[in-house]
Write a protein that binds this ligand. Structure first.
Ligand SMILES: [Zn+2]
Length: 116
């Protein structure tokens, strides 16, 4: 996800880390010829990039984890509803739909545990 650079700090090894609007950090090393970011070595260069968007890999990872978690909860609900054998097919379909409709986003968020 694209996030704006809001500031910078040095990590424990002396490498620059861009602070992003989401609260995550991302290294912005100048390490030619592998990474060319000469702008990061000067205060003026760094200031010129405040507000520029970077793709936040951690936000991408979190969004993927959330999506996987929600899909797993939906599958759990579908499996348990579909296994109900005392109902006719239409009744099982209604139960499956109800199991998804009764998922509460706030409860899903509260029970979500990020991997890191
Ligand atoms: Zn982020």
């Amino acid at each position: 996800m694209e996030r704006a650079i809001t500031g910078y700090h040095l990590d424990s090894l002396g490498d620059w880390v861009a602070e992003l609007s989401c609260g995550h950090g991302q290294h912005v090393r100048h390490d030619p010829p592998w990474q060319e970011r000469e702008w990061v070595v000067s205060p003026v260069g760094r200031a010129s990039r405040v507000g520029v968007l970077l793709n936040c890999k951690r936000c991408d990872e979190l969004a993927l984890e959330v999506a996987e978690y929600v899909l797993a909860r939906v599958r759990d609900g579908l499996r348990s509803s579909a296994s109900e054998t005392s109902l006719c097919e239409e009744g099982r379909v209604d139960l499956v739909v109800d199991s998804v409709n009764h998922l509460v986003p706030a409860e899903l968020v509260a029970s979500f545990k990020p991997k890191s």
